[in-house]
Design a protein around this ligand. Structure first.
Ligand SMILES: [Zn+2]
Length: 416
């Protein structure tokens, strides 16, 4: 097996493809009851659909929800499993994704980048020291007025360029490759209508991570809790032994939770309770929490603890004053990958072949891959190369995108 060497012709294709995708305004929107959540996402979906056909993929399709799929046929006589690559074409509603004017900084000199002469908007090395890892490279930034959309148009450009490369190099031996692009990942719905059966891959990788080398197959188990408190309002002048102040009880509930298990006091594999909202007056109060833990047993123990606190407080006040509702949101994909660690090993080897040091870490959040893993498609996440997602400081080095493209090509050859 020879390591892939992409010529400048392919580097140019990759860059131009990325710039083309970035020119589409494809911001998604939360709380919309249709898919894609915004009409404008159809423009890029249809563009990619046409592009996949024109570069020679097979069975290219776009469904009624905007999911685009296509296949690279096998070049082997052996019966190899189909491997998939997935990314999303929407951009985050957190910041404007309209009229993006990317700037290309060749041979980056390691200094601050003034992105906008008019506003003085600057990408500072002191604030973003990771810039130093990319001296001498070609950096693509915003002009400070929008996000860039490297999340995840870098992923799409890498997958499509790898696909075109494989189609034009039929001597490279690989099995069938499935590729899929989704809307609405940024509003948590990219996996929901993904047709796993039609996709037909045995497993897949989302190409949606950050810096070079990232490889992720663990994420939080996640749930939500709502605690409703019903008080008793009585005139404060004659309230002795009568008034039950729901607001004060909400504070008491919050004080019964471990103060060192919050997002602000935890990292790595440490789980937490996160009070996301508190509202109330004397009559009524409500606490909203999210619960997170990588370890499923600990996650269940956290839910049990919240029930226990509710019970204790109710027995203290002698009435059903506190009510708790618990809901599971998503689960750690590790459960679905643990017995198929070859999926991770293949990606690790591919990275080494591409000259990239694998950096395995646990996601302190969720991914579409975790949902897909529970839908029957084991799906870890690999890097796409972008940095500072969801805002005007977002940038991506072309060299990182080249490395991701190579890793995708190497993965297809490692399936034996
Ligand atoms: Zn993303």
């Amino acid at each position: 097996m020879m390591s892939t060497n992409l010529t400048t012709l392919w580097e140019d294709k990759l860059l131009n493809r990325f710039l083309k995708y970035v020119s589409f305004h494809s911001t998604s929107e939360a709380g919309v009851d249709k898919t894609p959540s915004t009409e404008r996402q159809w423009d890029i979906a249809k563009y990619i659909f046409n592009e996949l056909q024109s570069i020679g993929l097979e069975n290219v399709s776009i469904d009624e929800n905007g999911y685009v799929m296509g296949y690279i046929p096998s070049t082997c006589s052996e019966d190899l499993p189909t491997v998939g690559f997935i990314s999303h074409y929407d951009t985050s509603p957190d910041f404007s994704g309209e009229n993006i004017k990317p700037q290309i900084w060749k041979n980056y000199n390691g200094k601050d980048l003034i992105l906008n002469e008019r506003t003085g908007f600057t990408l500072k090395v002191s604030e973003f020291p990771e810039l130093k890892n990319h001296i001498g490279e070609t950096i693509i930034t915003t002009d400070g007025t929008t996000l860039l959309g490297a999340d995840d148009k870098a992923g799409i450009a890498e997958i499509v360029t790898a696909a075109e490369y494989l189609i034009q190099h039929p001597k490279i031996k690989h099995g069938r490759v499935a590729i899929g692009f989704t809307p609405d990942e940024e509003v948590g719905k990219g996996a929901d209508l993904f047709d796993v059966k039609k996709f037909g891959a045995k497993w897949a990788y989302t190409v949606d991570g950050g810096e070079v080398g990232e490889l992720e197959f663990e994420n939080f188990n996640a749930g939500a809790a709502v605690i409703s408190i019903t008080g008793k309002s009585v005139h404060p002048g004659s309230a002795k032994r009568k008034m039950i102040n729901a607001g004060l009880l909400a504070v008491e509930f919050s004080n019964s939770m471990p103060s060192n298990e919050t997002p602000a006091t935890t990292e790595g594999y440490e789980g937490f309770y996160h009070l996301t909202k508190i509202t109330g007056n004397v009559e009524k109060a409500q606490l909203e929490y999210i619960i997170r833990d990588h370890d499923f047993k600990k996650y269940e123990a956290r839910k049990a603890f919240m029930k226990e606190v509710t019970k204790k407080l109710n027995s203290k006040y002698g009435e059903e004053i506190f009510k708790i509702e618990l809901e599971d949101q998503y689960f750690n994909m590790r459960e679905k990958i643990e017995d198929k660690m070859f999926i991770i090993d293949i990606a690790k080897t591919a990275m080494e072949m591409a000259g990239v040091k694998p950096n395995i870490k646990a996601i302190r959040g969720g991914t579409d891959g975790s949902k897909l893993s529970y839908m029957g498609l084991p799906c870890p996440n690999i890097f796409a190369g972008g940095v500072n997602f969801h805002g005007p400081y977002e940038f991506v080095p072309l060299e990182s995108m080249i490395k991701a493209t190579k890793v995708i090509i190497e993965i297809t050859q490692n399936i034996y």
